[in-house]
Design a protein around this ligand. Structure first.
Ligand SMILES: Cc1ncc(COP(=O)(O)O)c(C=O)c1O
Length: 457
């Protein structure tokens, strides 16, 4: 495969409709021939690993994944392909040359690719003004939706661009039949915005499961809590409080068997843990570019299971949710046939562009490689912290451990400040220092952080 296809062409970037069969583009879309294997394929793996892009005069294939899941580090000999890929990806994040940045669970690092995409956006704004919408930005929205669908291994038309997780939850909530059932099962380990959706509604009964070990919720707890009054199980993919990864297929199955929905907050999941949403059977999944997808603040992603989409009509809505958006007819509203029926107005375009930049890197490295690298960094962190005598609030099983590592500490705020003086960026929550490496970090950075933390006790 020639190197020409690895990089986007500067001249035509942004003009490209990102998906051959995408009927969601602006009307002026050239129909060009597409190579037969790609036109025909329904093979998800193939579709995930390659992106077909049609320019005005040629068809270009992008390889989405540069590396496969192999051990993260070879202690001896030449660097492996994965090491080279990771080193290359690392060089795209300028902060890493200045700081030891281990706080991706709060905010993913900014890459120069994201900055470049943002620069393209502002340059077009200067150059074309509103005309940039039709030729470029409309396609960027579609590009991002498509990339996130690929990230979720989800069918076309199942992802909506939203302003925030809270907005996703509000929109989904408005589409459900609360007269039929009015109980939500959630947990004490979930992010507060999830619970707040229903805390403010006196008509909704919330069951908040407690974690026996302060780290996990056993799927059986969900099974015991759901009944014929339960409208949804609402919980996280990865708990921000403990980093524990939940079994989405088990949760979705429990909800489905009880006639309830599964609504998953995946903000701490997507980007650090591979997600195949159709395989799990979850009904709703929310995420966003802010953290593990390295795309910045101002946007969120809402996945809705495709069979559900035509059945749901959100009552919090916008002109982006209607099929005839450009008829500008206030007297008529028809829901979009795809997940855009959940959208809530013009997405934050600057973030759309930084998110595409971050997503390009994530796609190039590949989720399997990211998970393998993050697991290697996490195991090193957990092992070294244990040796240094720290008590951790993390899963005891590596397979359900993510790269969010909570370290019990007497004065977490002081420890974070002390590390910051040494150029190490981590975070704190009550009673804990939170360390969250990502694929762009190294084992040396992990070791340096443990050493610095040990000096704070
Ligand atoms: C698990 C989780 N959900 C949601 C959010 C943010 O929600 P919103 O996008 O509404 O600000 C965060 C952010 O910190 C989070 O960690």
């Amino acid at each position: 495969m020639s190197s020409r296809i690895w990089a986007r062409n500067r001249e035509t970037r942004g003009k490209w409709p990102p998906r051959v069969s995408d009927n969601r583009q602006s009307p002026a879309k050239p129909a060009l021939p597409v190579p037969a294997p790609f036109r025909r394929t329904k093979n998800k793996c193939l579709r995930r690993r390659f992106r077909v892009t049609v320019t005005r005069d040629r068809v270009i294939l992008y390889r989405m994944t540069l590396a496969h899941a192999t051990p993260a580090f070879h202690p001896h000999g030449a660097p492996s392909r994965l090491e080279r890929t990771l080193a290359h990806a690392r060089s795209a994040f300028p902060i890493l040359a200045r700081r030891n940045y281990l706080n991706s669970c709060s905010l993913g690092a900014l890459s120069n690719r994201a900055e470049e995409r943002l620069g393209d956006f502002t340059a077009l704004w200067h150059e074309l003004g509103a005309a940039a919408w039709y030729e470029h930005w409309w396609a960027s929205l579609s590009d991002l939706r498509c990339r996130i669908e690929a990230l979720f291994a989800a069918p076309d038309g199942t992802v909506a661009l939203m302003p925030s997780t809270s907005a996703c939850l509000a929109s989904v909530t408005s589409s459900l039949d609360w007269k039929r059932r009015n109980r939500i099962v959630t947990t004490e380990l979930d992010f507060p915005t999830l619970l707040y959706q229903w805390k403010v509604r006196p008509d909704v009964e919330m069951v908040v499961l407690e974690s026996p070990d302060g780290v996990h919720i056993d799927p059986q707890q969900f099974a015991d809590a759901v009944d014929e009054r339960t409208l949804a199980i609402a919980t996280s993919h990865v708990f921000f409080t403990t980093g524990a990864i939940q079994d989405l297929a088990a949760i979705a199955g429990i909800a489905r068997r009880a006639g309830a929905y599964s609504l998953i907050d995946g903000y701490q999941g997507a980007g650090q843990v591979p997600v195949d949403l159709p395989a799990t059977g979850v009904d709703f999944y929310t995420s966003g570019p802010l953290k593990w997808l390295c795309g910045g603040p101002g946007l969120a992603y809402l996945y809705v299971r495709d069979e559900l989409i035509p059945q749901l009509e959100p009552t919090v809505t916008s002109w982006f949710a209607t099929e005839d958006q450009f008829h500008f007819n206030p007297g008529e509203f028809r829901y979009h046939r795809d997940a855009r029926r959940f959208e809530l107005g013009t997405p934050a375009l600057a973030t759309v562009h930084t998110a595409i930049g971050g997503q390009e890197i994530v796609d190039e490295v590949g989720m399997a490689a990211i998970r393998a690298q993050n697991a290697a960094l996490t195991e090193r962190l957990v092992g070294r912290l244990g040796m240094a005598g720290f008590s951790l609030r993390v899963s005891d099983r590596p397979e359900t451990r993510s790269a969010i590592v909570l370290v019990r500490h007497e004065s977490p705020g002081d420890a974070v400040a002390s590390l910051a003086e040494r150029g190490i960026i981590v975070d704190s929550r009550p009673g804990v220092v939170r360390v969250s490496p990502h694929f762009y970090n190294t084992l040396d950075e992990v070791d340096e952080t443990v050493e610095a933390l040990a000096a704070t006790v």
